[in-house]
Design a protein around this ligand. Structure first.
Ligand SMILES: NC(=O)c1ccc[n+]([C@@H]2O[C@H](COP(=O)([O-])OP(=O)(O)OC[C@H]3O[C@@H](n4cnc5c(N)ncnc54)[C@H](O)[C@@H]3O)[C@@H](O)[C@H]2O)c1
Length: 420
């Protein structure tokens, strides 16, 4: 499949999604089932009040504006400069609040979007559900497993939709990759190697009037689990999705290795998540080397998928070039790499660098699409199937990983989680 034949109209995209997500337990999320018509009669736009107008909140507002079925009709933030920036993306008469309860009481909204720091997700979500509103909350769900569970339980109790911001579930490249993996194109997937490596401190410069623990909440344990909840949670969702399973246990190691600047979250983590039948996710994240970036290498017996790069590779036998022959051709081609040792008959097992095939790209942004899905869920009162389970288990996996690192011992998957 090439980029060209994956050029997606919204209709053919929906067909791909439905195929990709058909009938497989954990992977049964069909985000657009309800949007399957080319031009659905969507009725009036779902009016959203956004709590948290920081970096992500403003990105969400811009994406909500692009949807066919949602609009932002109220803003709430405790930090006035961020409200001022967000106003640029909404009509001038949009009401603004500094207290989320006042926004919930004021009416004029049909649903609530939560994009506040992690430690506030549970409070803002529970208050909104209690006030009778469906909620879209950013990932990770909450700062503790107990709070994640409480959010799902309260949504059930109130009969309200709760959707979490795992946008890869709406990403055409990922959906195509999943469809092809489920069709057996890369054989038996036994290992996923995932990384999110950056080379920057994550520390934000304080704006006038900004407090460190408010602006840099990601760097403090009481507010965030750092790399685990802010980054790994996305990739744990992907691993569970492609393996069609939940981890059985996790072990890990973490350190504050490079950015010794007063933060108390790890700036480097390495974990192994075990799955049934000996399968594994091997995960690393760090903040002082970006060469390997953000990727999930989904490794099967007949191929590999790298969804961030948008490539699928067939497993081909490594070129059997004897070491001396390789050295001769390297010299002739002017390539400078390690001189092989071990003699003419030794075959160096170098990484395979075939270019693979494209997984294709979608025409629509996944963050916009997740709001079209949410808008439809609010309108029908029916959650998009599978999404909340994916989010809940990904958040649990990230928090359990943090705990395994802290305690320095393998931890079994909790037995007392909610089921879906
Ligand atoms: N899905 C993704 O890819 C993605 C990407 C980035 C961030 N996020 C998530 O979005 C959330 C926000 O991240 P961010 O980078 O925008 O953080 P941020 O610090 O830029 O924004 C948070 C905002 O919440 C406001 N806030 C704090 N306390 C509040 C309160 N009591 N009531 C109302 N507003 C309050 C802050 O003033 C700030 O404007 C986090 O959960 C983060 O993990 C998700």
């Amino acid at each position: 499949m090439t980029d060209d034949d994956f050029a997606l109209s919204r209709r053919s995209f929906l067909d791909h999604v439905l195929l990709a997500s058909a009938g497989a337990g954990m992977s049964a999320a069909a985000p657009w089932a309800a949007l399957a018509a080319e031009d659905p009669a969507m009725g009036p736009r779902v009016r959203m009040g956004v709590i948290g107008t920081g970096d992500r909140g403003r990105t969400l507002i811009q994406n909500i504006n692009k949807t066919r079925n949602c609009a932002v009709t109220a803003l709430c933030d405790t930090f006035a400069p961020n409200i001022a920036k967000a106003r640029a993306y909404v009509p001038a008469n949009t009401p603004v609040f500094s207290d989320h309860r006042a926004m919930l009481d004021a009416k004029g909204i049909d649903a609530v979007v939560v994009a506040t720091p992690l430690d506030l997700h549970a409070r803002h979500t529970l208050d909104a559900l209690d006030a009778g509103y469906p909620v879209f909350c950013e990932k990770a769900m909450a700062r503790s497993i107990a709070d994640c569970t409480a959010m799902v339980a309260r949504a059930r109790q109130r009969g309200k939709v709760l959707q979490i911001g795992h946008q890869r579930l709406f990403n055409p490249t990922y959906l195509n990759a999943l469809k092809r993996a489920q069709a057996g194109e890369i054989g038996a997937i036994t290992q996923i190697r995932a990384s999110w490596h950056r080379n920057r401190s994550w520390r934000r410069k304080l704006p006038p009037g900004g407090q460190d623990r408010e602006i840099n909440w990601r760097l403090y344990r009481d507010r965030s689990a750092g790399l685990m909840t802010e980054l790994a949670t996305h990739q744990l969702q992907v691993a569970n999705w492609f393996l069609g399973a939940l981890p059985t246990r996790v072990m890990g190691s973490g350190s504050i290795c490079f950015w010794k600047d007063g933060r108390d979250v790890y700036d480097q983590v390495a974990l192994i998540y075990d799955y049934a039948d000996g399968r594994k996710l091997i995960y690393t994240s760090m903040l002082n080397n970006a060469r390997y970036g953000c990727e999930e290498q989904i490794q099967g017996s007949t191929g590999t998928i790298e969804p961030e790069l948008g490539r699928i590779y067939r497993e081909v036998p490594p070129a059997q070039v004897p070491a001396l022959a390789r050295m001769r051709s390297d010299v002739q081609a002017g390539r400078k790499r390690a001189v092989p040792i071990g003699g003419a008959t030794w075959f160096p097992e170098l990484p395979v660098v075939t270019p693979g095939d494209s997984l294709g790209w979608g025409e629509y942004d996944e963050t916009m699409l997740q709001f079209e899905g949410f808008g439809e869920a609010v309108r029908t009162g029916k959650e998009v199937p599978g999404l909340l389970a994916q989010a809940y288990y990904a958040s649990v996996a990230s928090l359990l990983g943090e705990q395994a690192i802290d305690e320095g011992r393998p931890l079994a998957w909790p037995a007392d989680l909610l089921t879906f």
